[in-house]
Design a protein around this ligand. Structure first.
Ligand code: GAP
Length: 514
């Protein structure tokens, strides 16, 4: 199945099974804003717990905070967001539609790449086993022509973006003959910078309302609390502060479902270190974070690092952890070595000294910072994409199964009476009552047992427990395993142990430190 179709199916699966709904749907939705449904919120909470515990339980020197979404507006001046958190925008005068200039060019580059890939696929089909792809790419005149065009556009585009040369960026759009997909014309406005922060007013206008922003990242709440936490927690460098919370960005091109949203959630950790030791810590956190992702068992080959060649002016190293989504490898997490930029800026703008006295070195300094920053929603999407499968069974039937890591699954076990009579429902409910303090259980008695299994497969429930007539005699049940569909007869008293071993957060966290 084409990857595009897989993605479409995943999006409708999320809606159909209560994971993610478009926000305000009965009012036709609100662009790039989504709500999590009854299973989505459980999965999301489990992802957050996995991250939170891995930061604050597995690292003695990492503590958490929960700072407010509203912060003093000068914070965003100090952080650079007021002046530089911009996207280059362009409007089509005929359709009145607004686009990100960089996205128009990137889409154009992707189309050229697609042409190259088509040539390669055609030749591969023609030559069969004898096909040498590398040689074909280096010698085929049509491929070379497309590649030369791609290189030329790409180089000019990168330079324009680096130099903030928006006049040439517009000219590049014209030279590439990019048309508006709605009007089909090339009647473009100038390219303008557009700030991505949402703002609102705090206080009534009569006593002078203050313009405040909805935070575009949670990190600044950590920086401005650095001294509070360090002093009250008697923290010694190196140490980290972790936070999970909402962030808001007025994204212009909001595409790909929950990949790019206007309201989303971040899990960020700022790790404060001695100046000069930051690269060593950057490398350590890179490895630690990749291990955290891989422990989920979605497939090691689905992850890769993308090291940044061009760094923000305040960073001295940066990398992304990318996951193979149905629409290609995409950033899920960023790891950045941010030097002492943020703390120094807040010292400058607040007029308060933000330094750390290092008793071992017997001197004060502004700590350097390694940041790990991951989007909850992107992580959610990567887990869903990595777990979704359509399978053809031996009997020719198909099943949709979410092979979610058991510790993240919204429902851990479903208890199913074989029939709705003869005391089986009562026995099943008794089992639910005995296990519900340990696991999120679901009782289901509607439809055939096969249909009930499929419903649980579709929401990723790792275990189904079937109660039959024999259960009433021998106090044993059939446990069915989601992934293998194998079934085993086990005593009711052993259920807790069998299930706990696989579904506990503890078992997942153990893999991170193995
Ligand atoms: N404090 C650093 C920071 O915010 P970022 O690369 O802009 O860095 C970090 O964002 C992570 O937040 C990204 O890797 C991504 O997972 C998530 N993220 C950023 N913008 C997002 C959006 N519009 N929708 C969903 N997730 C987003």
């Amino acid at each position: 199945m084409a990857q595009e179709d897989v993605f479409k199916k995943l999006v409708s699966h999320c809606k159909e099974y209560g994971f993610v709904f478009p926000s305000s749907e009965i009012y036709d939705g609100l662009g790039a804003v989504y709500d999590y449904g009854q299973y989505g919120v459980e999965l999301k909470n489990n992802i957050k717990k996995y991250w939170w515990d891995s930061m604050t339980l597995l690292h003695e020197n990492v503590v958490g905070i929960d700072s407010a979404i509203f912060m003093h507006p000068t914070i965003w001046k100090a952080s650079g967001h007021v002046d530089a958190f911009n996207d280059p925008l362009i409007d089509n005068k005929d359709s009145k539609k607004r686009y990100r200039a960089d996205v128009l060019i990137e889409d154009h580059l992707a189309k050229i790449e697609e042409k190259i890939n088509k040539e390669v696929a055609k030749a591969a089909k023609k030559f069969g086993d004898a096909f040498d792809e590398a040689k074909f790419r280096q010698t085929n005149p049509r491929v070379l022509e497309h590649q030369a065009k791609w290189d030329e556009i790409h180089e000019r585009y990168k330079k324009d973006m680096n130099d903030s040369n928006f006049e040439d960026l517009r000219q590049l759009i014209l030279d590439c003959e990019i048309v508006c997909p709605i009007s089909g014309t090339r009647n473009w406005t100038d390219v303008r910078q557009f700030n991505l922060m949402f703002s609102t007013e705090m206080g009534s206008t009569t006593d002078g309302a203050m313009k405040v922003y909805l935070r575009p990242e949670t990190a600044q709440g950590i920086f401005v609390n650095f001294l509070n936490v360090q002093k009250t927690g008697r923290m010694k460098i190196p140490f980290g502060i972790a936070q999970i919370g909402k962030a808001f960005r007025n994204e212009i091109v909001a595409r790909q479902f929950i990949f790019r949203m206007r309201e989303f959630e971040q899990m960020e950790m700022q790790f404060f270190v001695r100046p000069g030791e930051e690269i060593e810590w950057f490398k350590k956190w890179k490895e630690t974070r990749l291990k955290w992702h891989k422990a989920l068992g979605l497939g090691d080959e689905k992850y890769r690092f993308h090291d940044h060649e061009k760094l923000a002016h305040y960073a001295n190293a940066a990398t992304d952890i990318e996951f193979e989504m149905p629409f290609g490898f995409k950033e899920v997490e960023g790891i950045h070595s941010r030097t002492d930029f943020d703390l120094s800026q807040h010292e400058k703008y607040s007029g308060k000294k933000i330094q750390y006295f290092d008793p071992e070195l017997n001197k004060s300094y502004t700590p350097y910072v390694i940041e790990t920053s991951i989007g909850v929603d992107r992580m959610f999407l990567s887990v869903m994409a990595g777990s979704y499968a359509e399978e053809t069974l031996a009997n020719g039937e198909t099943r949709v199964v979410l092979r979610l890591p058991a510790a993240l699954a919204p429902i851990k076990l479903a208890v199913l009476p074989l029939v709705k009579k003869d005391g089986l429902p009562e026995k099943a409910e008794e089992i639910v009552r005995a296990l519900r303090l340990d696991f999120r259980c679901q009782y289901d008695e509607k439809d055939s047992i096969g249909k009930r299994y499929r419903r649980q497969d579709a929401i990723g429930t790792p275990y189904c427990i079937t109660v039959d007539h024999d259960t009433l005699q021998d106090n044993q049940v059939t446990i069915r395993f989601r992934d293998t569909m194998e079934q085993e007869r086990v005593p009711v008293d052993r259920l807790r142990d069998i299930i706990a071993e696989k579904v506990s957060m503890r078992s997942l966290l153990k893999k991170v430190i193995e």
